[in-house]
Design a protein. Structure first.
Ligand code: DGL
Length: 264
């Protein structure tokens, strides 16, 4: 079976890494829309068109399921994609609901990081108003972070300065959870763990998304993939240097996982 993963750039790799860990008998196709990354600062109409074009080109690869490994793309196009294609499609949304539930006992606030476009969507407003009865959720767009991530900028000093500046007006003692609501952001989880006070939990949507994918594959009777965790990388610009970057970034994530497991 081949499962497609789609993102504007390298962010969806943070979700693919989880899939490779949990579903090693599937094969994967990873597509980055390099011609149009970043999505988060563009108009809804433009991004909708980019998504439709890119997913259409992915479908020629005979996918058995599709993961929209991008919160922005999900909020804009998941309903339309589900109408258009009959294969199982899993989307992502910022993990606000579990974060609010986890925080109920502590009375602390929740801080959601996501792209501007995600935070502007009616889908996000609807989600927050549904689950946030006590008004404890604050949202912060981090548009520069997608650029840093795409440039594989992991210099500690630069990134620390960036996060400190972004968070300077927040009293972090009031917060219990930070939600990473963009798939690019978990590339910085390790650094954020060091920068944020230790009482703050950091959550992202990867594990939940792969749990939903697993359930859906079982329902469609394709849980036993018969593959070996192979990944074919593609990008809309067709730039071989970008394919190398995707491979490097996935290695980076998987090595970090290994180190985390060894030290656990
Ligand atoms: N990785 C994406 C997300 O989860 C979008 C980043 C972007 O292209 O702005 O929202």
């Amino acid at each position: 079976m081949t499962i497609g993963f789609f993102d504007s750039g390298i962010g969806g790799l943070t979700v693919l890494a989880e899939a490779l860990r949990r579903l090693p008998t599937q094969d994967y196709l990873y597509m980055a829309d390099t011609l149009h990354v970043p999505y988060g600062t563009k108009s809804k109409e433009d991004v909708r068109n980019f998504i439709m074009q890119t997913v259409e080109s992915m479908m020629t690869e005979h996918l058995d399921a599709l993961v929209i490994a991008c919160n922005t793309a999900t909020s804009i196009a998941v309903a339309e994609l589900r109408e258009r294609y009959s294969i199982p499609i899993v989307g992502m949304e910022p993990a606000v609901k579990p974060a609010v539930e986890m925080n109920r006992a502590t009375g602390k606030r929740v801080l959601v990081f996501a792209t501007q476009l995600t935070l502007q969507q009616p889908k996000y407003y609807a989600l927050v108003s549904r689950v946030d009865e006590q008004g404890i959720v604050d949202s912060l767009p981090l548009p520069e972070l997608v650029y840093y991530c795409e440039a594989l900028q992991f210099d500690r000093h630069i990134m620390e300065q960036y996060f400190m500046e972004k968070l300077s007006s927040y009293n972090l003692d009031e917060y219990g959870i930070v939600v990473l609501g963009c798939t690019h952001y978990p590339f910085y989880t390790k650094l954020l763990r060091e920068l944020l006070p230790s009482h703050i939990q950091i959550v992202d949507g990867s594990a939940g998304t792969i749990r939903r994918l697993t359930a859906l594959l079982s329902r469609y009777g394709i849980a036993e993939g018969g593959g070996s965790g192979q990944v074919k990388f593609m990008c809309t610009s067709g730039d071989p240097a970008y394919i190398d970057k995707l491979q490097t970034a996935l290695h980076l994530l998987r090595n970090e996982e290994k180190t985390a497991e060894e030290t656990a």
